[in-house]
Design a protein around this ligand. Structure first.
Ligand code: CA
Length: 272
């Protein structure tokens, strides 16, 4: 009899405990401590593994970098030294180059539907080229500064040195939406060269050895890729020779990075 009472008591306690676990939490959902990620937790930090190292023109002040048909396309900055280039990836040889005239300081670069779009830093003007011949086909304007440029296949994605990223319709150059980039609650400013990689925006941050990977809808930083040590600081003579330049070949799943005035480009894999 005592055994039966004890069994009943245990059963009642068990049911009560089960019901407590089923109570909706303050968000109205079922509480489950084992699968709910912590709110506002730190974003993951990843490292890198070098796959290949190739030469890069150490006079190229890299401001835009993409991969197209196995070649690097590069936009270089500084007034009087700005250019658009096609570069052989493995030898670093410049295969084709057009100069961007004074007073323009060339910045971000992307390719969309057979055209290249190149920003300028403070002249509120971008240049449009034929992606094969580099023949200039037109220009467009935007408010504020031009830093990095990328595309998701639909929009031009533009950074301007703040923590804003604008999505621009390439037909008419209207801003269709803007995201603000945050790491937790902190704004991430000075977003520089960009690349769209597997549904995320990868962004260099000026004078930072880390790449931010950004959710293109929310602007939240999803992870940091720390590239510290990739290019030994002792080999770089200019304090502006910072990490800047991300290119991605989707078909080959190849990720290339470099920096301004860096003598090398690196193919890397992200170590998660
Ligand atoms: Ca890029």
């Amino acid at each position: 009899m005592l055994k039966m009472r004890l069994l009943r008591l245990l059963l009642v306690l068990g049911v009560a405990l089960f019901c407590l676990q089923c109570q909706p939490n303050s968000n109205g959902g079922a509480s489950n401590k084992t699968t709910t990620p912590p709110a506002n937790g730190p974003v993951p930090k990843y490292g890198y593994q070098i796959v290949n190292i190739w030469p890069h023109d150490s006079n190229a002040f890299t401001q835009g970098l993409i991969l197209m048909d196995g070649k690097l396309l590069e936009s270089t900055g500084q007034e009087g030294f700005s250019s658009l280039r096609r570069v052989d990836l493995e030898s670093g040889r410049v295969l084709k180059k057009v100069d961007v005239p004074v007073p323009y300081f060339a910045e971000g670069l992307t390719a969309l539907n057979g055209k290249l779009y190149q920003l300028t830093w403070q002249h509120n003007i971008g240049f449009i080229y034929d992606a094969q011949t580099f023949e200039r086909q037109g220009q467009f304007t935007y408010d504020g500064e031009g830093w990095g440029l990328a595309t998701d296949g639909q929009s031009l994605i533009l950074s301007d040195g703040t923590n804003r990223i604008r999505f621009i319709d390439p037909n008419g150059f209207r801003v269709t939406r803007t995201i603000t980039v945050t790491d937790g609650s902190q704004p991430v400013r000075e977003l520089n060269e960009l690349e769209y990689v597997k549904g995320e925006i990868y962004a260099n941050v000026w004078h930072d050895n880390r790449i931010a990977t950004i959710d293109p809808q929310s602007g939240h930083v999803k992870s940091w890729i720390d590239l510290t040590g990739l290019m030994p600081a002792g080999e770089l003579k200019d304090e502006e020779a910072v990490l800047n330049g991300i290119a991605y070949d989707e078909a080959k799943d190849m990720l290339i990075v470099t920096g301004k005035l860096w003598p090398r480009v690196f193919e890397i894999k992200v170590k998660r």
